[in-house]
Design a protein around this ligand. Structure first.
Ligand SMILES: Nc1ncnc2c1ncn2[C@@H]1O[C@H](COP(=O)(O)OP(=O)(O)OP(=O)(O)O)[C@@H](O)[C@H]1O
Length: 674
């Protein structure tokens, strides 16, 4: 393989080729805009070229490659991992003597020539991530490159065929242990074998990852999205990939990862945003708990389908020539049959209309009438009022407003008296005057789906899935009904009242009961000293999960009893600011104003959880999924006391620290922590 000077030269050539690719794509957009041919083709071509030019332009100044693999002479392409994706390289399936460079995207200098850099998602790249001294897969040398901004500064070789396990890579360790600043970054250069396996799992397979804090679940989910889009581009651009995260601060934190990987069209949102309802009220906890209970699905089904009545008269309609009639008995039979077979309420209703019209058509044709399309549409309009009286058109918000105004009609026998009281509005309202809550939004989605099917996604990735209620799971199950799911979560981090306590049940609610459950337990965020502290809580969390083992031996932990929390917090932040990296002050939500004031008075600039700044002040309720280089956790006892699953919340907060954790307390620490 090359020495450093010629590697640098090669990097320069790759950059040059990449610049030519971007220029070429842009030029093609201009050409495409003036292409002769039909409009549709011109539009599709223009869209494709623009997307390519935009994606390549947006990728910024990433190094052109991060690694290389050199196969031993005579090595044969291994079957391992070389599934899916686009075609391989290296001639007739053999890689003997070949060297491949790996980067965030393919780089080639001319059509028909082998690429200078291969996309990390290509089948051949799997060997870079998976090969080891124990299973070298024909690879003689794995090279990792060290970059400082745009300059190639070093490389590190692992000789896999010597048979002796290497002591791990310094470059990988440095990357994992680097101080965190700014938004989350991609991990393509250092994906670990167990993560790579998950990333490359085939599109048709649903997986569930139970991962301890910092094991890379979020990173795996995002890289999986990018991988699937590469390997199944046309299938997935049609109906899209959806990434669901816990809150907006989290989405802000992860927002840069997929664009850096060249994927800008993945929808990243929260379940609340996905349901797309304006939330204008908040439920009491007891109310929310009933509304999120899976039995609400039965209540709503009953509320919708109980609207179907039985005909009390025949359907009689006339055209110029004659009066046509479907008698009451036949009408009733049609309704009963349609109800039994209905996939949704409104398709059932359409079916009733269609079958009545078909019955009329049979009669008319028997009398020699020509029943053309105009006649059939006219009859459909004419029979609609009779059908409406028996099978009325419904709107989701009207159905729910009625259920919540008077729950006993639909929920009797399903909910008990206390539960009925919990969801009953104090005074009946109409849909127009209703102020919906977040839980109502989930119920409205359920009703809408009972009425008619909504479009589904090509693949859905659900992060922090342990926190979803059964009713939220049903909403996700519906939008992934015809596709697969990547479910990511940690039972120990469940903080909602309805959080899952086991995965099989949650997967059942998500509509994928047979998804394989895979545990990740090596943490890449939290250093060993901090992991040891957080792990003490596990025994009290009442979930069966393996404890985290940290990849990192660095890190610092201080636990300090203080008299004045705000003053101590200021001091702690000032100390943290003398070092590199982001700082997160995390406290029970009600403590935030006092701490923020103290920091501002001390002249420290602070931002909220979804802001861009060096010091963030974060309410405990929003810390999920985030990480800060230096975390200052204020008054753990308060965090625990503040909510029913306070211990789980504390577990989340202690595991947000990348390099250093300061615990400041005035009250005695929770007993579970000692
Ligand atoms: N293979 C890797 N190489 C480099 N960094 C990694 C790797 N895997 C994970 N990380 C980093 O570790 C941190 C934790 O990853 P991530 O947020 O994906 O974990 P998680 O399992 O979702 O955590 P949590 O459940 O605690 O929110 C991130 O900064 C991520 O970039």
């Amino acid at each position: 393989m090359r020495g450093l000077a010629s590697e640098r030269e090669y990097a320069e050539r790759c950059r040059e080729a990449l610049r030519r690719m971007v220029a070429g794509a842009r030029e093609n957009v201009a050409v495409g805009e003036h292409t002769w041919g039909d409009r549709y083709t011109a539009e599709r071509l223009g869209f494709y070229l623009k997307t390519l030019a935009r994606d390549m332009g947006e990728e910024g100044d990433n190094p052109p490659f991060f690694g290389a693999i050199a196969y031993a002479a005579g090595a044969v392409a291994g079957g391992h991992g070389e599934h899916g994706g686009h075609g391989g390289h290296g001639g007739h399936g053999g890689h003997g003597g070949q060297t491949y460079y790996l980067g965030r995207r393919h780089v080639s200098d001319a059509i028909g020539r082998p690429p200078m850099v291969i996309d990390w998602r290509a089948p051949v790249s799997a060997a870079f991530y998976q090969a080891s001294a124990v299973e070298p897969r024909g690879i003689e040398t794995r090279r990792r490159f060290g970059w400082s901004a745009q300059t190639l500064t070093s490389f590190e070789d692992e000789r896999l065929l010597t048979g002796s396990p290497s002591g791990g890579s310094d470059l990988v360790r440095r990357e994992i242990e680097r101080a965190r600043v700014g938004p989350m970054r991609d991990i393509v250069a250092t994906i670990q074998p167990e993560q790579d396996t998950l990333v490359r799992t085939d599109l048709d397979v649903s997986v569930c990852v139970q991962g301890a804090p910092g094991t890379g679940k979020t990173a795996v989910g995002l890289h999986r999205a990018a991988y699937l889009l590469y390997a199944h581009r046309s299938r997935l651009t049609r109906n899209g990939v959806l990434v669901l995260g816990p809150n907006r601060a989290f989405l802000h934190y992860i927002s840069a990862v997929l664009p850096t990987l060249g994927e800008v069209d993945v929808e990243q949102t929260t379940i609340e945003q996905l349901l797309d309802r304006e939330v204008r009220a908040t439920d009491e906890q007891a109310t929310a708990e009933v509304k999120h209970d899976v039995r609400m699905a039965d209540v709503l089904r009953k509320a919708v389908y109980s609207r179907i009545g039985r005909p009390s008269q025949a359907v009689v309609v006339s055209d110029e020539s004659y009066k046509w009639r479907v008698n009451q008995h036949e009408f009733a039979e049609i309704v009963v049959e349609a109800e039994a077979d209905a996939t949704t309420y409104l398709t059932g209703r359409e079916r009733v209309i269609a079958r009545i019209v078909a019955a009329l058509q049979r009669q008319a044709e028997a009398r020699g009438q020509n029943c053309n399309g105009v006649w059939l549409r006219r009859m459909a309009r004419a029979v609609t009022p009779a059908v409406e009286a028996v099978w009325p058109r419904l709107k989701a918000d009207e159905v729910l407003a009625e259920v919540l105004s008077d729950p006993s009609t639909a929920a009797d026998g399903i909910l008990n008296a206390d539960e009925l009281d919990a969801i009953r509005w104090p005074r009946p309202r109409t849909a127009k005057s209703a102020r919906w809550t977040a839980a109502d939004a989930v119920l409205l989605d359920e009703v809408s789906a009972l009425l008619e099917r909504a479009p589904t996604y090509g693949h859905v990735i659900v992060d922090e899935a342990q926190d979803l209620s059964p009713m939220q799971c049903r909403a996700i199950a519906r939008c992934s009904e015809h596709s697969s799911l990547t479910v990511l979560g940690d039972l120990a981090q469940g903080t909602t009242a309805w959080a899952a306590t086991d995965w099989p049940t949650q997967l059942g609610q998500l509509g994928k009961p047979t998804a394989e459950i895979i545990a990740l337990s090596t943490g890449y965020r939290v250093p060993a000293v901090v992991v040891e502290l957080a792990n003490r809580l596990l025994a009290s969390l009442d979930v069966d999960v393996p404890p985290t083992t940290s990849f990192r031996s660095d890190g610092e932990l201080t636990i300090t009893h203080v008299d004045d929390l705000p003053a101590a917090c200021v001091e702690s932040v000032q100390r943290a600011l003398t070092r590199e990296g982001s700082v997160g002050v995390i406290a029970a939500d009600h403590q935030l104003p006092v701490l923020t004031d103290a920091l501002k008075t001390a002249g420290i600039e602070v931002v909220a959880a979804d802001g861009d700044g060096r010091v963030a002040v974060v309410p405990a309720s929003l810390a999920k999924g985030l990480e800060y280089d230096h975390v200052i956790a204020v008054e753990p006892t308060d965090i625990v006391a503040n909510e029913p699953r306070g211990l789980n919340r504390l577990y989340v907060i202690l595991t947000r620290a990348v390099s250093r954790l300061d615990v400041l307390h005035n009250l005695p620490l929770p007993a579970e922590l000692s």
